[in-house]
Design a protein around this ligand. Structure first.
Ligand SMILES: [Zn+2]
Length: 213
């Protein structure tokens, strides 16, 4: 199944340039493992970047290079079979397997119907695996930075639609939302918040005093 909700060009450019925080880069790499379209875009970006580094591209104003780059992204792409290095392994694709705890997954309950595992992605934004019980609404919340949520198993929905395996929902700073897990089975996601997260409902505002999300 090819994902329907993708990462934006600016996120893929930052990924190809190596400027994303480690947690966000992990989420992008995991999406790429599941998405031939974005993988091809990153390959093209890396090709352009490599050519520039090798001085095979003639001197040109930065605006022209950016325009060339964007034109490359707009051209139709031929989707190739998934290369072996991006092979998915069950629920957790390869880039994620590399950072999962070696001693197995221990889920920590954080709220009703919500459990998490914090991944070791060094300083900066934190990457977490979330497990949301089937049909469970998440606490209504907002955040001070971008929030990326990549579905690994099951599905969830929000105001914009339904997200399934490989899809990424990106909530911008200050956006208030309340994703709801699909009723078919528990939803497992990889989530990264580039800032702090706070709950907005009446109970959530009390929980904020005690729980660091
Ligand atoms: Zn994609």
């Amino acid at each position: 199944m090819i994902p329907l909700a993708h990462l934006s060009d600016d996120v893929l450019v930052d990924y190809a340039a190596g400027t994303l925080p480690q947690a966000t880069a992990l989420l992008v790499a995991t999406h790429l493992a599941l998405c031939p379209d974005c993988r091809e875009e990153v390959r093209l970006l890396e090709e352009v970047g490599g050519a520039m580094l090798a001085e095979r591209v003639p001197e040109a104003p930065a605006d022209h290079l950016l325009a060339d780059c964007l034109a490359l992204l707009d051209r139709p792409v031929t989707v190739q079979e998934q290369p072996a290095r991006y092979c998915a392994d069950g629920v957790y694709p390869r880039p994620l397997l590399d950072v999962l705890p070696a001693d197995g997954l221990t889920w920590h309950k954080r709220a009703k119907g919500l459990a998490e595992i914090r991944l070791d992605t060094g300083p900066g934004p934190v990457a977490k695996l979330l497990k949301i019980s089937a049909g469970q609404p998440m606490p209504r919340h907002t955040h001070s930075g971008r929030e990326f949520t990549l579905v690994l198993d099951g599905s969830f929905s929000d105001d914009y639609g339904v997200y399934r395996r490989g899809d990424v929902a990106v909530a911008t700073e200050g956006e208030i939302h309340q994703p709801i897990a699909g009723a078919e089975r528990d939803c497992i996601c990889l989530a990264v918040v580039e800032g702090s997260l706070s709950l907005t409902g009446p109970i959530g505002r009390v929980l904020n005093l005690f729980v660091r999300f």
